[in-house]
Write a new protein. Structure first.
Length: 148
């Protein structure tokens, strides 16, 4: 039975760090270390300890929580400033604060999956993608036509 090329490599630790900690693609790592993408994938799935993978996922979750906390703090700041503007009868600033709170709430809702991202309509030379499909005799069930 063949040994894992990564497990016996003198650069094993470096390769595992690239697999877990870098944002490089398998293709990039493969080229850098002259190891096939399939060998990298097998090693990642079968030989890297589960707790290391879980640690990476936990780090990503912490980053998302940090972003969420920053947004919540921004929302609180915007609410406080809006309230102060209302008390001072500065309606223009108060309205601006309300708009900012609305924008932050929208971002939070998108992060939590409560708002779906809008579909994008593609138009090529003033012809919508659905018209192109229709001319080819194909149905477009997932694209909403917005440009006539």
């Amino acid at each position: 039975m063949q040994k894992c090329k990564i497990c016996i490599s003198p650069k094993k630790t470096e390769i595992e760090e690239a697999l877990l900690l870098s944002s490089k693609s398998l293709r990039d790592i493969s080229g850098q270390y002259k190891i096939s993408k399939s060998a990298l994938q097998r090693h990642k799935e079968d030989h890297i300890p589960t707790d290391l993978v879980q640690a990476k996922e936990a780090t990503e979750i912490c980053g998302a929580e940090d972003l969420l906390n920053k947004l919540i703090n921004l929302k609180s700041d915007a609410a406080r400033i809006t309230k102060k503007a209302e008390i001072n009868q500065d309606l223009k600033t108060a309205l601006s604060g309300i708009r900012e709170q609305s924008r932050i709430i929208e971002i939070l809702a998108k992060m939590q999956g409560q708002i779906q991202q809008p579909q994008v309509a593609l138009t090529v030379n003033n012809i919508s993608l659905s018209k192109i499909y229709n001319r080819l005799g194909r149905k477009m069930e997932t694209v909403n036509e917005t440009n006539g």
